[in-house]
Design a protein around this ligand. Structure first.
Ligand code: 13P
Length: 256
């Protein structure tokens, strides 16, 4: 029997909402967060971290940033360090999201530096990978994901400080997802690859999340897959009832 990996359902709020909405959403999530069969994480816009931390209070919901700089500090106007996120109560930070890769030209080397910075600050790095639609159409999905994994995971990577999310770019915000069979195939391959690169124990223990148009309707089938250990949710994480419904759909993981 393999390791039992407790699922993680993470909400990436991206650049959405305002101050009052962020506080209300956090309060609603906190109110529904007891007795869930998974860990819960919310990643609000950085400027709302403090208010969300306050609204989450002692609910046991983890807090994360959506990005951090690779350096500990210095002349980087507009950037935020991993240590600053930790100061605000974060335990996690997303790095390498495809929107950062596309909007800010972040490549694997940069993502690796950011993950290293997260580890240095005591944060868990939620490292994102995933192919574009064109790469998928060219039959290159596995190759692209393998290459991103190889370039983005630092030497400091361990199962206690790293979560990996597979987010096919073409599935983000589109309502389209790969089939469950396709998701399982790529997650299985990812687990094999990181077992080779970072050891069998890491491969066995690391949580692999699926992200891209996850909603309460498709979560059950996706979360049931053997190598899927939770979800990274965008749009549906902005509605507490949908986010919590997805979290409740991970129940069968208890016995995996
Ligand atoms: P959607 O759930 O809106 O497709 O976004 C997924 C995502 O990018 C989460 O990081």
């Amino acid at each position: 029997m393999g390791t039992i990996r407790r699922p993680l359902v993470a909400g990436n709020w991206k650049m959405n909402g305002g101050l009052e909405g962020a506080a209300a959403l956090a309060r609603d999530i906190a109110a529904g967060s007891s007795d869930l069969p998974c860990d819960l994480l919310v990643c609000p816009p950085a400027v709302y971290l403090n208010v969300v931390a306050g609204a989450l209070a002692d609910a046991g919901v983890a807090l994360g940033g959506q990005d951090c700089h690779g350096d500990e500090g210095g002349a980087h106007t507009g950037d935020i360090s991993a240590g600053m996120l930790a100061d605000c109560g974060c335990g996690f930070v997303i790095v390498g999201h495809s929107e950062r890769r596309a909007d800010h030209g972040e490549d694997d080397a940069k993502v690796r530096l950011k993950a290293t910075a997260a580890h240095r600050a005591g944060l868990t790095a939620l490292i994102c990978v995933g192919e574009t639609g064109a790469e998928r159409d060219a039959g290159r999905a596995q190759e692209v994901v393998a290459s991103q994994l190889g370039g983005s995971l630092p030497d400091t990577t361990g199962s206690a400080n790293t979560v990996i999310a597979y987010e096919p770019v073409w599935a983000i915000g589109t309502g389209r997802t790969p089939t469950p069979q396709e998701v399982q195939a790529i997650h299985h391959r990812m687990r094999a690859l990181v077992s080779q690169s970072h050891g069998a124990a890491f491969g066995d223990q690391v949580r692999l999340l699926y992200g891209g148009s996850v909603n309460p309707g498709n979560a059950t089938a996706l979360m049931a897959l053997a190598d899927v250990d939770g979800a990274l949710v965008g749009g549906a994480s902005l509605k507490a009832s949908d986010f919590l419904a997805i979290a409740n759909n991970t129940g069968h993981f208890k016995n995996k």
